[in-house]
Design a protein around this ligand. Structure first.
Ligand code: ADP
Ligand code: MG
Length: 348
């Protein structure tokens, strides 16, 4: 089932929880809805699920208008972060719940529950109670419970938000495999950009109730559309300066070729990622002199705080192997160049 929202809006006492949101999710796609806490993700999801009535706009499910259809008519499966399972029910009964509500026969229920137990890799766990499961297993049961009545759309609202990093990592892989097997149109909400990038082929980024960018993970990472996205997705340096002459901005010793349409004196913010700072021990080309002021080990990369003079600092990340081979250490003089950056005007 495809999902299309047009101009969807929900205000609470004049506060724009969701404002004029439009997007189309194709049948069988897996899309992440990414944004900071309070950006309107849950409100948008709840409107799609039929748990919240929009103030304005439309929802279309496979071309049918469903803006005011009941949650039941929409045939949508929903998993919340804190979708507590029924504690007094076994795993079997938790998964069977939606089927019993629909008054399905015992044989049908059995078959479906065992099929789902297999899908969530918990065959043999049917007699356990939620308290006898790990957090990750419980969320898998919650997904199975949502899938039991064969919904056409799966909406996941920060389903792994309460779990620790290692378990989240496993569940991300699991959700990808589940999606490959079921091919259900899935909308996955998260505030974790890493999770969004790993799980989804497309990401919608929300901020203050609006979608600020809609693109593939690579597009969002390499071509951020706004200030907000440049600093929200991935690590970044940012510096404030102005256009000094047509097509040129200067900050400390660095010179940036910028869009010649920006007018001279326009204030700008330049964003560049620590791993787009190229650092060498010997001068190569177009680099500036810098001094390693601080070193921070980050696992596969080493981060350097570079002192470039005039009380200005930037952060650079170098793959560990390169850093070791170059013998970088604190206090050392090095050379640095910024190889990729994004420029956004600052509105006065
Ligand atoms: P997210 O899921 O991205 O964290 P939400 O959709 O839950 O964001 O909330 C968006 C904003 O709308 C928040 O500021 C929240 O306080 C507000 N909000 C959500 N639901 C209600 C409600 N029922 N009444 C008043 N304000 C609400
Ligand atoms: Mg939320």
């Amino acid at each position: 089932m495809s999902i299309e929202v047009r101009g969807l809006t929900k205000h609470y006492n004049g506060f724009k929880a969701v404002h004029n949101v439009s997007a189309k999710l194709e049948t069988g796609s897996l899309t992440a809805l990414l944004g900071p806490s309070g950006s309107g993700k849950s409100t948008l999801l709840r409107m799609i699920a039929g748990l919240e009535i929009p103030d304005a706009g439309e929802i279309h499910l496979t071309g049918r208008e469903a803006t005011y259809a009941s949650a039941k008519e929409r045939n949508v499966g929903f998993v919340f972060q804190h979708y507590a399972l029924f504690k007094h029910m076994t795993v079997f009964e938790n998964i069977a719940f939606g089927l019993r509500v629909r008054k399905q026969g015992e044989k049908e229920i059995q078959d479906r529950v065992f099929e789902l137990l297999d899908l969530i890799q918990l065959t043999g766990y049917e007699k356990r109670y939620p308290s006898q499961l790990s957090g990750g297993q419980r969320q898998r049961v919650a997904v199975a419970r949502a899938l039991a009545p064969r919904p056409e759309v799966l909406l996941l609202d920060e389903p792994f938000g309460a779990l620790d990093a290692k378990v989240r990592e496993e569940l991300r892989e699991w959700i990808l495999r589940l999606h490959e097997e079921t091919n259900m149109t899935t909308l996955f909400v998260t505030h974790d950009q890493q999770e969004a990038m790993e799980v989804a082929s497309r990401i919608l980024i929300m901020n203050h109730g609006e979608i600020e960018q809609d693109g593939t993970p690579i597009e969002i990472f390499d071509e951020p559309a706004t200030h907000f996205i440049a600093q929200f997705v991935g690590e970044t340096n940012f510096i404030d300066t102005e256009i000094s002459e047509k097509g040129l901005a200067v900050w400390g010793p660095f010179r940036f070729s910028v869009n010649p349409h920006l007018s001279v004196r326009q204030k700008i913010r330049i964003y560049f990622r620590p791993n787009d700072v190229y650092v060498t021990a010997q001068f190569e080309t177009l680099q500036v002199r810098a001094k390693i002021a601080k070193t921070r080990f980050k696992g596969t990369v080493i981060e350097y705080k570079l002192d470039i003079g005039e009380d200005k600092y930037i952060s650079a990340q170098v793959p560990k192997g390169v850093a070791l081979a170059s013998g970088f250490k604190e206090g050392q003089e090095v050379y640095a160049a910024i190889t990729a950056f994004h420029v956004f005007p600052i509105q006065p």
